[in-house]
Ligand binder design. Structure first.
Ligand code: HEM
Length: 430
């Protein structure tokens, strides 16, 4: 089976490929060009996510292609200990416990601990957009990628002044691990990743040296470890920060972009959200199912394992196609229809499942819900610009819009829905 995540139809309309794979009678496929086993059915993806002993995480954050020797020699110097998505048991049990204690991961804790941060940052960005009445704006850099990064910096206690380099390092990590860079680019990105790691180490070392941990995430993690490396070492605190800075912003940026795209592509959706803000939660949930920000994720088998009728050998890299699993007709009624409020939406696997379930799921939902709510209040006439060309960054895991052009319109939503037929590119029916 051929799967090219870097060009062609998968870049513009991955759902067509997911449908093709799901319709094929074989349960599991081998993508020769990628050297990856493709697991697409909901029950199989869920099982792989849940079984950390058979489907291991150690190589989850390692490049999906043969890295050139020069880049590899740079990466060999990266000595970040595995703590989250790249950690397996028994280390993961310990680091996950630390993460649960120091990072808010239930709806109540997220609201209490991060609600004010999220509202302040959303207000800041939405007010800036609202002031640009009549202008054409790109919602990706001006909102979708900016907000989650600002929020995660506040939570971790990282200075705003470092935003530009952190963004560039995080983008670089995604291109290096899940993209297809040429050898010269691999070396440049690998060097950036090493610099990023050293930056996180320094960030934590400065706190340790200053003797005042503080009340942000880094401070809490240092207090939690209580000078006991068996609980959590100082490099592990730095590694948690290193992972959160990427996991906490690139993913939520994708969710915001997809939610805005779905909401604005169909004026009926936007009008409904403007009229009933209680509908925002269900809208965000359906966006997560229909257009997941991470639509493929990696595991490596620790033993021969049979999935359906296919035996995957030990040591094989598997791509769990979360996007396909979320459209499996065995679980979701009319899976290719975008239906906010559908009863089966809670079965989506967009935040993973089992021991590595996303620690930031509650935060991501809160950010998306507050953003949509504030936009409908402050800019009810927001609409997509005409002649929208959608394109996504070429990689096997993160589905991120390059641009989403919109007009800050003062026309009320009811009028807009009547007049914006030309602007409406109804992706919801895709
Ligand atoms: C829409 C937004 C998000 C999506 C789609 C998403 C997706 C995921 C997925 C699929 C996993 C499972 C990885 C695995 O099984 O190996 C995961 C894990 C993780 N996520 Fe998220 N995530 C999002 C937002 C966030 C945010 C906001 C944070 C933190 C600020 C975060 C931090 C993490 C961490 C640390 C893990 C690893 C947990 C572990 O291995 O125990 N994520 N996420």
């Amino acid at each position: 089976m051929l799967l090219n995540p870097f060009a062609g139809v998968y870049l513009t309309d991955p759902a067509r490929t997911w449908r093709h794979i799901l319709d094929d009678p074989g349960e599991v496929h081998y993508a020769e060009d990628l050297g990856l086993w493709l697991i697409s059915r909901h029950a199989d993806v869920r099982r792989a996510l849940a079984d950390a002993t058979t489907f291991t995480n150690a190589l989850t954050l390692a490049p999906v292609y043969q890295v050139c020797p020069e880049a590899m020699s740079v990466l060999m110097r990266l000595d970040a200990p595995p703590t989250t998505a790249a950690a397996d048991p028994p280390v993961h049990h310990r680091t996950r416990r630390a993460l649960r204690a120091t990072f808010a991961n239930t709806a109540e804790r997220v609201e209490t601990e991060y609600g004010a941060i999220v509202r302040r940052r959303v207000d800041q960005l939405v007010s800036r957009l609202a002031a640009r009445r009549g202008e054409r704006v790109d919602l990706i850099p001006e909102l979708a990628t900016e907000l989650p990064l600002l929020v995660v910096l506040d939570i971790l206690g990282v200075p705003d002044a470092d935003i530009a380099r952190i963004r560039s390092w995080a983008d670089g990590q995604i291109a290096l691990v899940w993209g297809q860079p040429d050898p010269a680019e691999q070396v440049r990105l690998a060097q950036g990743l090493l610099d990023f790691w050293h930056y996180c180490e320094e960030l934590v070392d400065q706190r340790v040296d200053g003797g005042q941990p503080g009340d942000d995430f880094i401070g809490r993690a240092l207090t939690y470890r209580d000078d006991d490396d068996a609980v959590l070492s100082v490099p592990e605190v730095a590694s948690l920060a290193f992972n959160l800075l990427v996991a906490g912003h690139e993913t939520t940026a994708g969710l915001l972009a997809h939610a805005l795209d779905q909401a604005l592509s169909n004026p009926r959706h936007w009008s409904a959200l403007t009229a009933d803000r209680g509908a925002v939660g269900a809208f965000v949930a359906e966006t997560l199912r229909f257009a997941p920000a991470i639509d493929g994720w990696l595991r490596v088998t620790s033993r021969d394992v049979t999935v359906g009728t296919v035996t995957i050998p030990a040591g094989a890299r598997c791509l769990l196609l979360i996007g396909a699993a979320n459209r499996d007709p065995a679980v979701f009624a009319h899976p290719d229809q975008f239906t906010p409020g559908r009863a089966d939406v809670g079965n989506h696997l967009s935040f993973g499942h089992g021991p590595h379930f996303c620690i930031g799921a509650g935060l991501a939902r809160l950010e998306a819900e507050i953003t949509i709510t504030r936009l409908t209040e402050a800019i009810p006439g927001l609409r997509l610009a005409t002649a929208q060309q959608r394109s996504y960054k070429p990689n096997v895991a993160f589905r991120a819009h390059d641009t989403l052009l919109a007009v800050i319109d003062s026309v009320a939503p009811a009028e807009a829905s009547a007049t914006s037929g030309a602007a409406a590119t109804d992706a919801a029916a895709a």
